[in-house]
Design a protein around this ligand. Structure first.
Ligand code: MF3
Ligand code: CO
Ligand code: CO
Length: 289
């Protein structure tokens, strides 16, 4: 049924359509005729939702700061989980990871050749030279934010440091590729892939970024490579993660015995950085700074 100007907007703002997303929809219809894959309405957040996601992101970043200031050699990954539970409780928030599809802990801790979804464990002790990704997804008042960082434990090898740095650059190349109403998910992927390949690294394909905000994982998928088929156009109001997993060796991975943790097949180091990003009228806002 056609929406009329005086009807309520579909975005949940309680504003009149003509004062809210009518022009936006017209612009998307035009772009669709030009051949773009345009996002579905459910991928577009309203002001109130964006405000909620921002608050969740502040807590999530505070958690990663807290972990960053305590992490070091001799600590177990279970202690990182303990810090997570404590911090989120103190901030009236909860972990979106805990019990997600049966996931047993509140955060992911992925060391060296673990690509992602490393499970905190009281038997796993961080040692000098390790590189670790800590990936947190927090829920606050029903809104979600998702981010991860790499930490280098003590002195790490030059190869490890390079991988960590270049992977961070890959994330930022992906973010910087975004042009509202102009660029697509493929452009993010191509920017990441190009930079990784320039350094002789490979990009993991089995896991990708995603829409986020009203739940942990929403449409669209955000690929970290160019699939060479048409992908969704990026427009204001979308909130997505970009979270490239970059391997020092080949891109191939397998899931380990716990059914969750992914490892590089060749045993090479893997790194990952993740941000939650809002697409605005003029560019992007990194919510998980
Ligand atoms: N934080 C992850 C992501 O970036 C998802 C966590 S998986 C879970 O999408 F099993 F730990 F919940
Ligand atoms: Co994450
Ligand atoms: Co994510």
């Amino acid at each position: 049924m056609k929406r009329l100007g005086n009807d309520e907007c579909w975005c949940g703002s309680h504003q009149k359509y003509k004062k809210c997303h009518q022009k936006f929809d017209e612009r998307l219809r035009y772009l669709k005729r030009q051949g773009y894959v345009i996002p579905q309405h459910k991928m577009i957040k309203n002001e109130k939702q964006i405000e909620g996601i921002k608050q969740a992101a502040v807590i999530n970043s505070g958690l990663l700061d807290y972990i960053e200031s305590h992490i070091g050699a001799g600590m177990t990954t279970q202690e990182i989980d303990d810090m997570t539970v404590e911090y989120l409780k103190a901030h009236d928030a909860s972990s979106a990871d805990l019990h997600y599809e049966g996931y047993p802990k509140s955060i992911c801790t992925s060391i060296n050749d673990v690509v992602c979804h490393g499970i905190p464990d009281a038997q796993v002790v961080l040692k000098e030279g390790d590189i670790i990704n800590v990936d947190a997804t927090s829920c606050y008042k029903g809104y979600y934010a998702d981010a991860s960082r790499m930490f280098m434990i003590g002195d790490v090898s030059e190869e490890a440091r390079q991988l960590v740095e270049v992977t961070r650059e890959c994330l930022y190349k992906g973010i910087e590729s975004i042009r509202p109403f102009k660029s697509t998910i493929s452009d993010i992927g191509r920017a990441i892939e190009t930079h990784a390949h320039q350094h002789g690294y490979s990009v993991v394909r089995e896991f990708c970024g995603h829409g986020v905000g009203l739940s942990m994982h929403e449409d669209p998928y955000v690929l970290h490579f160019d699939p060479h088929y048409p992908t969704t156009l990026l427009v204001p109001g979308m909130v997505i993660t970009i979270e490239p997993m970059i391997n020092a060796g080949k891109r191939y991975i397998h899931i380990g015995p716990n059914g969750w943790s992914a490892y590089t097949d060749d045993g090479s180091l893997s790194a990952q950085w993740e941000h939650t990003i809002l697409i605005t009228e003029t560019g992007v806002e990194i919510l998980s700074m």
